[in-house]
Design a protein around this ligand. Structure first.
Ligand code: ADP
Length: 523
């Protein structure tokens, strides 16, 4: 089937981006299809093009009304008929709903965007069942999973709708790549088989840096932004209050900055977003409310004033930098106290959710404190191996530019792996470290671990040292972390091979942000 003519005709592009062509083929051949592409990878076209080419209406489930509106406007712009794309949601009046239904019935509507909560409506489901539906596309499919970074309970009901609209292929699209989330999505939707496509998550043009967060953080930010006057950037803060404060400090210092958060009225939010897109301001200081669907290609820096609650969020947010493949500087300020603050926020949540939240936060700590190649660390988290010598972007992070000294740690790795094995692979990182340094707690005592000969066998080194070593051997797959067991560490085949025949391992010690900067940390 010729996919290039419609690509040119509808979108004006002459080439597909990344895996788009294979994905589209899978969809037009009526297969369930699972697409994982990083932000900016070109996911929308993967379902828009097949929808425009095939008979019937494609249902697109999307979590954000603003995002749907943007897409509908864009599609309408390339067709002679306004009815080619519609949004179906609670804001429509009766006449409008009737029009949408008429266009679908007449085969004019190719893309029908719906929010998951509207799709549950009995009336809509009954109507859609009688229509020719080409496929159901679920955008931002990670919203189905509690293991993603943006869980939305409404997404859980999609299974029933898909069942009701019998026999149509389902296309899931997400930029969240962890195995756990993928499995969760397919299981929750009741999809047995799907063609899977996963693009590389490497963004070679992005530079990653983590700096200790001190009382001077705002001064640091101002200095950083002033070195890039006139360039576009986003600064993420955790709270609305902080957003307002930082925006003000920047303004006072002559930087064209605007705040953006959900506490501002809709008019102001739209105004500030437009100012950013139209380059009437350089910097948006925002909570995570800002960004989804923002397609500004030349964002030159993304600063995290506060560390986010998961690496997925971090990757998404930094992913908004350098979408045109030009410069994209990702700078995060980190203090362990901020992690404790995030844990406190979770305290009121159900226990299972807290455990998930805690496991995700530990990954953030690992990323922030590591001295190894940050790109390698991040990509490992997304299930991707990265060659930190020859890989694209191998020297694009602070740790690679300023490497810390390394030392031979063959014996320590052996000790560590032995402890993992002898404690029967049932401990999380913290318990393994406590065992090695000989720090008793109720759990270890109840297992009688404190009576074992290896208890305290590495107490000549600090807990931080051992934690760093765990992270480093995780990344080279000598051990693995069972996320679904909230972080229990297991020995891998490669780890057993190491134990059988130990080889050299050069370890870099982590940054110890906790100790160095404790006095200076902002609380
Ligand atoms: P995602 O949803 O994966 O974040 P988008 O669908 O918003 O990504 O696409 C990102 C950008 O890439 C958009 O500006 C889009 O127009 C552009 N794009 C998509 N496909 C192509 C293509 N085949 N050729 C050139 N540009 C493309």
């Amino acid at each position: 089937m010729d996919l290039y003519s419609p690509l040119k005709k509808f979108f004006g592009f002459s080439k597909f981006k990344g895996l788009q062509e294979q994905v589209i083929k899978s969809i037009v051949e009526n297969n369930n299809t699972f697409v994982i592409m990083p932000t900016g990878g070109g996911k929308s076209l993967c379902y828009q093009l097949p929808a425009l080419m095939t008979e019937g209406t494609a249902i697109v489930v999307s979590p954000l009304i603003a995002l749907m509106k943007n897409q509908v406007d864009a599609i309408r712009g390339i067709s002679e008929h306004n009815g080619v794309a519609h949004v179906l949601n609670s804001s429509l009046n009766k006449t409008e709903v009737a029009q949408v239904k008429e266009d679908i019935t007449n085969g004019i509507t190719k893309l029908l965007y719906v929010a998951p909560e509207s799709l549950i409506k009995e009336e809509y489901v009954a109507f859609l069942r009688t229509q020719k539906i080409s496929f159901v596309a679920i955008d931002e499919a990670h919203c189905i999973s509690e293991w993603g970074h943006d869980f939305r309970p409404e997404y859980r009901n999609l299974k029933h709708i898909i069942k009701a609209i019998d026999n149509v292929p389902v296309i899931c699209l997400t930029a969240t790549a962890t195995e756990k989330v993928q499995e969760d999505i397919l299981k929750t939707l009741g999809i047995q088989e799907a063609n899977r496509f996963k693009a590389s998550f490497n963004r070679p043009n992005l530079f990653y840096e983590v700096r200790p967060k001190t009382k001077e953080v705002e001064k640091d930010i101002i200095r950083f932004v002033k070195q890039r006057m006139g360039k576009s950037g986003i600064i993420y803060c955790l709270s609305r209050k902080k957003v307002e404060e930082v925006a003000q400090v920047l303004q006072v210092n002559g930087i064209k900055a605007v705040p953006y958060h959900a506490g501002l009225d809709a008019k102001t939010r739209v105004k500030h977003q437009d100012m950013f897109l139209m380059e009437d301001c350089d910097v948006v200081v925002a909570t995570i409310a800002f960004g989804m669907g923002i397609d500004k290609p030349d964002v030159r820096f993304v600063i995290h004033h506060d560390i986010p609650k998961s690496l997925e969020s971090y990757y998404q947010e930094t992913g908004r930098a350098g979408r045109d493949d030009g410069e994209g500087y990702c700078l995060a300020f980190y203090a362990y106290k901020d992690i404790e603050k995030l844990e406190k926020f979770m305290a009121s949540k159900p226990v299972a959710e807290q455990e998930i939240g805690h496991a995700l936060l530990q990954e953030v700590v690992g990323y922030a404190e590591t001295s190894m190649n940050r790109r390698k660390y991040l990509l490992h988290y997304f299930g991707e191996e990265f060659d930190d010598v020859n890989g694209e972007g191998a020297d694009m992070d602070d740790n690679s530019r300023n490497p810390k000294k390394k030392h031979e740690a063959k014996e320590d790795v052996t000790l560590l792996l032995n402890v993992v094995k002898k404690t029967l692979q049932k401990y999380k990182a913290k318990e393994i470290v406590n065992t090695i340094v000989g720090k008793e707690n109720a759990l270890l005592t109840s297992h009688k671990t404190h009576l074992q000969p290896f208890f305290g066998s590495g107490k000549d080194k600090s807990s931080l040292y051992w934690m760093a070593l765990i992270r480093q051997v995780l990344v080279i797959n000598l051990i693995k972390k069972e996320i679904e067991q909230y972080g229990v560490i297991k020995l891998t085949k490669k780890g057993q091979e190491f134990l059988d025949k130990p080889t050299s391992f050069m370890m870099t010690e982590d940054h110890s942000y906790n100790e160095e900067n404790d006095n200076a940390i902002i609380t």
